[in-house]
Design a protein around this ligand. Structure first.
Ligand SMILES: NC(=O)C1=CN([C@@H]2O[C@H](COP(=O)(O)OP(=O)(O)OC[C@H]3O[C@@H](n4cnc5c(N)ncnc54)[C@H](OP(=O)(O)O)[C@@H]3O)[C@@H](O)[C@H]2O)C=CC1
Ligand SMILES: O=C(O)CCC(=O)C(=O)O
Length: 457
């Protein structure tokens, strides 16, 4: 992709360039947000060239400004009865397609820029699912590492005591993300119920099955990612069978991506956490990994205590130097830069697909696309999680439960149709095989048309 944001020529390029320059001036300090906006804007040039009505309605200036940003203090008591204070956020970015929808992240790095980039991407991802969900994201600069279960509970209760007034099954439906899984959703849901005195199951997704949670939601992002890659591979007459795979992270997305990739016959040889990575030449033993990460909540380095042939390396970026045919970044944003991309390519990677949100920076994406690597962008490849959240909302509002296989089949079909939609959008606009352009265009067009239909506000 060449950046038309450098030298604008056509009316569409001038418009896009002007809006982006205004953004840069206004939000110069929000680097992650600007990065996410730039990637989308570059892809939209051909759409704006064919649809001047989007310029007339000034869609871009409107779509980059969140409907609202809610920011609040979260005050809670630690186990020593000390008063602790964090900052909480909910960015309700766009509800043109449906109620605001998107996860909550609890991580010390959380700030307004990260919240905005995630919520902005969520608009287009959610639109791609074909389900009626708008875009949002939230979280807090709270570090769950080393906290007791009771501290996690008190933090979640304090967080919900502020957030509850802004959410609801038809208003805004949060879910999990980094640092927020079934345990945290349970505590958040309990507090919402306590305050509102109502069992509004559809107010949060990612609940455990038994009180409104959907089967497959835990597995959905990782499984969905692998279903998406399976489509990319099929289209090139290949499969997962016997492929060597490297997955970064060892959280919710990574674990279930590893599970499904192994199920399809791949050999997953490495994964990581924020301290370092493990390499297991015999293939990762998922039972051990789940015990370490899901049960003990321990560090990945302890994996080598159980597997004598495995090794551990401190620091996480080195994971991309392990030779593989398929790389699945499933940890966090900007974990693959230009150098890491070039290393992967020179070691023979054939497919890169993003389980995390924005794990590859723009330089890395360009390296992959320019070198003929099959590249599955996050908005499309990791949409299975939020799609299954929307299936959870559907089950909650119809007061029913679907079986594991029923939800899994729906997820599989959604991932297939997202792939087709991105592929078709790319070729319609002359970018055959470029799923970055395809996903951005397909996600954008539905939202932009909705904005025009719903009038100026
Ligand atoms: N959960 C979901 O349904 C969805 C998640 N995503 C995205 O997937 C990614 C992973 O989320 P999820 O698996 O849910 O989160 P988890 O909290 O379950 O796991 C995150 C994993 O990434 C590692 N990690 C976190 N921050 C860093 C960092 N700065 N450097 C290196 N490793 C890091 C963590 O290591 P450690 O334990 O040491 O912190 C952990 O292994 C995120 O980008 C998220 O936005 C996208 C779609 C849906
Ligand atoms: O399931 C959801 O609502 C949130 C998923 C999410 O946070 C994401 O897609 O990044």
């Amino acid at each position: 992709m060449t950046s038309p944001l450098v030298k604008a020529k056509s009316e569409a390029e001038i418009y896009i360039n002007t809006v982006f320059e205004q953004m840069k001036k206004k939000y110069y300090h929000q680097t992650e947000f600007l990065q996410a906006v730039e990637e989308i804007f570059i892809s939209l040039v051909p759409v704006f060239e064919q649809h001047p009505e989007y310029i007339k309605h000034n869609i871009l200036s409107r779509i980059v400004e969140p409907d609202r940003i809610i920011s609040f203090r979260v005050t809670w008591l630690d186990d020593q009865n000390n008063v602790q204070v964090n900052r909480g956020y909910r960015v309700q970015f766009n509800n043109v397609v449906g109620p605001y929808k998107g996860g909550l992240r609890f991580h010390p790095s959380v700030n307004e820029s990260i919240m905005k980039f995630l919520a902005f991407e969520q608009i287009f991802k959610n639109s791609l699912t074909g389900l009626p969900i708008g875009g949002a994201k939230g979280g807090a600069d709270f570090d769950p590492k080393g906290k007791s279960d009771e501290e996690i509970m008190r933090f979640c209760q304090a967080f919900m005591t502020e957030l509850y007034r802004y959410i609801g099954p038809d208003v805004d439906v949060p879910a999990g993300d980094i640092g927020v899984g079934g345990r945290e959703i349970g505590y958040l849901f309990g507090q919402y119920k306590r305050i509102c005195a109502a069992h509004e199951a559809g107010v949060l997704t990612g609940k455990k099955p038994g009180y409104g949670g959907s089967l497959v939601r835990t597995e959905a992002t990782g499984y969905g990612l692998v279903y998406f890659v399976e489509e990319m591979l099929h289209d090139h007459k290949q499969s997962f069978l016997d492929k060597t795979v490297v997955v970064s992270g060892s959280g919710n997305v990574a674990i279930y991506a590893i599970e499904k990739a192994q199920h399809f016959g791949a050999k997953v040889v490495a994964c990581s956490d924020s301290s370092g990575y493990i390499y297991d030449p015999d293939g990762i033993d998922l039972n051990i990994l789940k015990e370490i990460k899901e049960v003990k909540r321990d560090r990945i380095r302890t994996y080598i205590d159980y597997r004598p042939n495995a090794s551990y390396t401190e620091g996480c970026s080195g994971i991309w130097s392990i030779p593989c045919e398929i790389a699945l970044p499933c940890a966090t944003q900007n974990e693959i830069d230009g150098d890491a991309a070039r290393t992967l390519i020179s070691n023979g990677v054939k497919v890169v697909a993003e389980g995390a949100n924005m794990p590859s920076n723009l330089e890395a994406i360009n390296e992959f696309l320019n070198n003929g690597i099959l590249f599955g962008p996050a908005k499309a490849a990791n949409a299975g999680g939020v799609a299954t959240s929307a299936l959870e909302m559907a089950q909650n509002s119809s007061r029913t439960y679907w079986s594991f296989s029923e939800v899994d089949e729906k997820l599989h079909n959604i991932m297939k149709s997202i792939y087709l939609e991105c592929k078709n959008a790319a070729s319609t606009y002359g970018f055959e095989g470029n799923l970055v352009v395809g996903s951005n265009i397909a996600g954008f067009v539905k939202v932009a048309n909705g904005m025009i239909s719903e009038g100026v506000y």
